[in-house]
Design a binder for this molecule. Structure first.
Ligand code: 0RQ
Length: 497
């Protein structure tokens, strides 16, 4: 090999305090695993010797504990974007030890190319293979790899022996032109291939190769609980109803689903339904359920940014790779999440809310209005451009102390203008074609937990008129009551009149 073989420590020594680091991958899939651990150790040593050491991390989406976990514990992250889901980093973000800006995933690569955030000093790219001419076979997630590898002054390769080279052919690497006079991204159906299978970089920029054999380490799913199952059934029944009444074409439409147990339950339900025909996915993440759907012929094709499979499921796919080769394309996040393509293909989008208000606004990111949970991720890329945008969540959190449906969201990620349907374990609120009061009535009747129904009917009656009849003194009373009493059910409207 033309490139020096480095230890993780030697690679970490290439990285300087204040550097902008671009990473391959999307979720834990395809994300580097060893250099950032060594970088965290280096930061701790620097801090112990009284010197500052922080780097800025630009990734496709969330990462893994080797990146966000290790660097956050070492307090070595200056700025972080666009998404994370790591408890240790969450703490750093909420104390402003790490500066986090929460961006639509599709937007980051182009903004980096526009020069918005300065140079990319070092890219760390996980690879199944790297050739002397700079051709890279990427791992199981692409994210921002093409952009950061293209822009970085230096590239460190993590050559991962756990990824079989038979994965070749699954990637579709494409970087759009930038404005002005940008042309369309030529995807007209989910399976259209537009790019290359390998990422080509300038080999002169590859400063070294670090060998690894760590798997992505994605955990499997907990068995479906009753609430998740009910949400999943409600989503499926809604889609079947739309199909029956002709509001979804008989051939069905591509699906996007977020991450987590609800998404898994929905896909499981669709797989069980005899009425839903075999469908395609145009999405950012595919999880274990999609593998089963493909094996049963229910999911024909998935365009994605990552294979976020548990290690066991990944092994199953690797062992049967020829079956999956023409059923999956792994693309950069700005393509998998492209608003242009989501709108063109008519994608049905399914994402999760932390809370929703009775008028259909969605908070996906902030716990009780102030504390960052994860980030908006790709939910906005898809929701705003969907054929039908669906949000789901359990009707209560923390054993009923919190109603996820509130008078006014304590933070806004997706506005009423973009949200078509809200679904909880209680039922379905189809908000399309309804004015704010009609939306509120539908949501309270169908989605709110019985413990909170009367409180929310009373709130709606308290409204002081207007198109959206809020009572501004009381709009955040659920949240302030939770802060003072620890239970939203104790909200007393008389105190807020
Ligand atoms: O806390 O774990 O301490 O009990 O929030 O809630 O119900 O387990 O839901 O894991 O699916 O996460 C919105 C965060 C949901 C996620 C969010 C508490 C609850 C629990 C988690 P505990 P659940 P999930 C694809 C698209 C934004 C990005 C996105 C997310 C914890 O889905 O990050 O959609 N979405 N991306 O108890 C206070 C409330 C609460 C609450 C729940 N109203 N107030 N706490 N919780 N509701 C992904 C990518 O873009 C890659």
């Amino acid at each position: 090999m033309a490139f020096p073989i480095l230890t993780p420590q030697e690679a970490a020594d290439i990285i300087k305090n204040g550097d902008n680091i671009g990473l391959s991958g999307f979720t834990a899939a395809g994300t580097p695993k060893v250099v950032t651990e060594a970088l965290a150790a280096k930061a701790e040593k620097e801090h112990a010797e009284g010197r500052p050491f922080k780097v800025n991390i630009f990734s496709g989406a969330s990462t893994n504990d080797h990146v966000d976990g290790a660097l956050a514990r070492a307090n070595a992250i200056g700025t972080r974007t666009p998404y994370q889901s790591c408890p240790d980093l969450r703490k750093r973000i909420n104390t402003h030890d790490a500066h986090y800006f929460d961006l639509h995933l599709s937007e980051l690569a182009q903004k980096v190319r526009y020069g918005t955030f300065g140079d990319i000093d070092v890219a760390i790219i996980e690879a199944a293979r790297v050739s002397d001419n700079g051709e890279i076979l990427l791992g199981t997630g692409v994210g921002m790899s093409p952009t950061v590898a293209h822009l970085a002054k230096k590239i460190i390769i993590e050559l991962n022996e756990a990824i079989p080279e038979t994965i070749e052919g699954l990637h579709d690497i494409y970087m759009p032109l930038d404005p002005p006079y940008r042309r369309e991204i030529p995807i007209y159906k989910p399976s259209d291939r537009i790019g290359t299978t390998l990422l080509k970089v300038d080999p002169a920029k590859i400063v070294g190769v670090v060998r690894t054999n760590l798997t992505d380490g994605v955990h499997g799913f907990s068995p479906l609980d009753e609430t998740t199952q009910m949400i999943g059934n409600n989503v499926c029944n809604f889609l079947i109803h739309e199909l029956r009444r002709g509001a979804i074409p008989p051939s069905f439409l591509p699906l996007q689903s977020g991450v987590g147990n609800v998404a898994n339950a929905v896909l499981f339900g669709l797989g069980e339904s005899n009425e839903v025909p075999a469908f395609d996915m145009y999405t950012e993440v595919i999880q274990d359920a999609v593998v089963d759907l493909m094996e049963h012929g229910k999911c024909r094709f998935a365009s994605t940014c990552s294979l976020t499979f548990s290690d066991a499921k990944m092994a199953e796919v690797f062992n049967n790779i020829d079956f999956f080769r023409d059923k999956i394309l792994i693309r950069p996040g700005e393509i998998s999440n492209s608003p242009e393509i989501v709108r063109r293909l008519g994608v049905i989008t399914m994402n999760t809310a932390l809370e929703a208000d009775i008028f259909g606004n969605i908070n996906s990111t902030h716990v009780v209005g102030t504390k960052m949970m994860n980030g908006i991720g790709g939910s906005g890329d898809f929701t705003r451009n969907a054929y039908i945008s669906i949000f789901s969540c359990p009707s209560v959190a923390k054993g009923g102390l919190i109603s996820t449906i509130v008078p006014m969201v304590s933070h806004l990620d997706h506005s009423e203008h973009s949200v078509d349907v809200l679904i909880t374990d209680q039922g379905v609120a189809d908000l399309r074609g309804k004015d704010p009061v009609q939306r509120a009535e539908t949501i309270i009747e169908n989605c709110v937990n019985p413990d909170y129904k009367e409180l929310l009917w009373d709130y709606l009656r308290m409204g002081k008129g207007g198109q959206t009849p809020h009572s501004l003194n009381a709009a955040l009373a659920f949240h302030t009551t939770f802060a003072s009493e620890g239970d939203m059910r104790k909200t007393d409207w008389a105190k807020f009149a």
